[in-house]
Design a protein around this ligand. Structure first.
Ligand SMILES: NC(=O)c1ccc[n+]([C@@H]2O[C@H](COP(=O)([O-])OP(=O)(O)OC[C@H]3O[C@@H](n4cnc5c(N)ncnc54)[C@H](OP(=O)(O)O)[C@@H]3O)[C@@H](O)[C@H]2O)c1
Length: 280
């Protein structure tokens, strides 16, 4: 495993396992499988309704807690200082742990300044090893980074071969904030797993499209957290540290960038109203 060092010195695995859309009933089994095949970083969220499954796996896996890196995220309905503070305690309880390695604000809506203050407090109390944000695009990211006390260690944003976040990445670099990808396969959209360029490059290295897509991201300095409920795919997605893409291959993949979201834009008024409807 390779690691990145966050802006507070904490080391984070460059590859982890994400559990968005993993059925709560299946989550414990999936995380146990992931840990067994070698993952040490697990990404969940209050909104995924499966923190308990992650917690059960943490307790049952047999790997010392300090070797694991657990991320969770505060949801919009828990925004604001008091609610966020209570929700952090709730997450700790569900995850059955004394501390969270990385705590993120899930979406940049509602009273996220209040949320962030509760997170800064939890950080100072040792309940959280690093704090950061998710889905904070340059406008809101720069604002928060300038008016908070602890600059976000991580910003988790949609990042894959079709949306490489070149501009957002430069902004994060300026603030020493680590970019982390959500949807490293774009959830298979745009026929990612059938992409001819990724297929041809992968074949040269004896690697699959999935492995090539992930390798491109980690070689670009992006932390990845691919999701799969299948143990064989979990292994496949982890097996990307024994090859390297050439500068020419990296350039070819850079050309796949459409610079657009394949999901939703946080600048679109309808999308913003849809997110905000969760807190009403
Ligand atoms: N912060 C946010 O707002 C946000 C948003 C979305 C996601 N996330 C995080 O990012 C993680 C990853 O993103 P994601 O789950 O949305 O999507 P993803 O990892 O881009 O794609 C997951 C999809 O790819 C399939 N897959 C996985 N490995 C494969 C392989 N080797 N070959 C073929 N198909 C494969 C999975 O199917 P099977 O499961 O059937 O194998 C699943 O359908 C999430 O789990 C979550 O932790 C965060």
């Amino acid at each position: 495993m390779e690691y990145v060092t966050l802006n507070n010195g904490v080391k984070m695995p460059i590859l982890g396992y994400g559990v968005y859309q993993v059925d709560p009933a299946e989550c414990e089994r999936c995380v146990l499988d992931a840990i067994e095949v070698g993952y040490r970083s697990i990404d969940t969220a209050q909104a995924y309704a499966n923190e308990e499954g992650v917690g059960n796996a943490i307790v049952k896996c047999g790997v010392p807690r300090e070797e694991l890196f657990i991320t969770t995220k505060v949801w919009i309905t828990n925004a604001g200082y008091e609610k966020a503070k209570a929700s952090i305690e709730e997450s700790l309880k569900k995850l059955q742990t004394d501390y969270i390695d990385l705590l993120l604000i899930h979406q940049p809506f509602n009273d996220y300044y209040g949320t962030y203050r509760a997170m800064e407090e939890a950080y100072k109390e040792g309940k959280v090893r690093a704090i950061g944000v998710s889905n904070f695009y340059p406008d809101r990211f720069i604002d928060l980074a300038n008016f908070c006390e602890i600059v976000p260690a991580v910003n988790q944003v949609e990042t894959h071969v079709f949306q490489q976040q070149k501009v957002a990445k430069e902004v994060m670099k300026k603030y020493h904030t680590q970019i982390e990808s959500w949807g490293p396969f774009a959830e298979g959209k745009n026929n990612l797993f059938q992409n001819e360029i990724l297929k041809a490059i992968g074949e040269k290295h004896g690697k699959s499209v999935a492995q090539t897509a992930l390798r491109f991201l980690i070689q670009s300095g992006v932390v990845v957290i691919p999701k799969s409920v299948h143990k064989e795919r979990m292994k496949e997605n982890l097996n990307i540290f024994d090859f390297e893409l050439s500068a020419e291959e990296m350039k070819q993949i850079e050309c796949l960038d459409t610079e657009k979201s394949l999901f939703f834009s946080h600048y679109d008024p309808d999308t913003v109203e849809w997110f905000i409807s969760f807190s009403k």
